[in-house]
Design a protein around this ligand. Structure first.
Ligand SMILES: Cc1cc2nc3c(=O)[nH]c(=O)nc-3n(C[C@H](O)[C@H](O)[C@H](O)COP(=O)(O)O)c2cc1C
Length: 125
């Protein structure tokens, strides 16, 4: 799949088949995030891969009761370990860097035939 095809095909998916995602597919998706550009090449992202059903269940109320969060085979919690760095333009690096990496992963997931949805409606704590 070329990039433009994936860009056009990707959309938010909120209903999932009850089956696991193959390890190789998941690794390719994570690799797409890992290869994303970042300011000063900091790569400050950390991706927490959640597959444990109990942990996913706990994420539902944390995500304002969006039930499909608990139904996804995998939840990738996109975090950052360096949250202070500010670019010359005055913007914080980490929300931009992490968002680019996540976007890479959603497009790769689309190519792999895996539906995904961004979640920002969640309580960080
Ligand atoms: C930063 C960000 C946060 C989002 N948070 C949520 C969310 O918490 N729950 C949800 O159902 N969709 C969420 N979305 C998905 C958007 O609603 C969706 O991308 C938008 O409506 C466009 O639809 P599409 O992704 O199908 O093109 C989020 C998207 C982005 C980019």
């Amino acid at each position: 799949m070329d990039v433009m095809t994936a860009i056009k095909a990707r959309r938010s998916i909120r209903s999932y088949e009850p089956k696991p995602i193959e390890e190789e597919k998941l690794n390719r998706i994570l690799e797409a995030g890992r290869l994303a550009p970042s300011a000063s090449n900091m790569q400050e992202w950390r991706f927490v891969v959640v597959r444990d059903p109990e942990t996913k269940k706990e994420l539902v109320p944390a995500a304002r009761n969006q039930a499909f969060v608990g139904e996804a085979a995998v939840v990738i919690a996109a975090c950052a370990v360096q949250t202070q760095h500010i670019m010359t333009c005055g913007q914080l690096c980490y929300p931009i860097d992490v968002a680019i990496a996540v976007d890479h992963m959603t497009l790769k997931a689309c190519e792999e035939g895996i539906g995904s949805c961004w979640i920002a409606a969640f309580y960080e704590n």
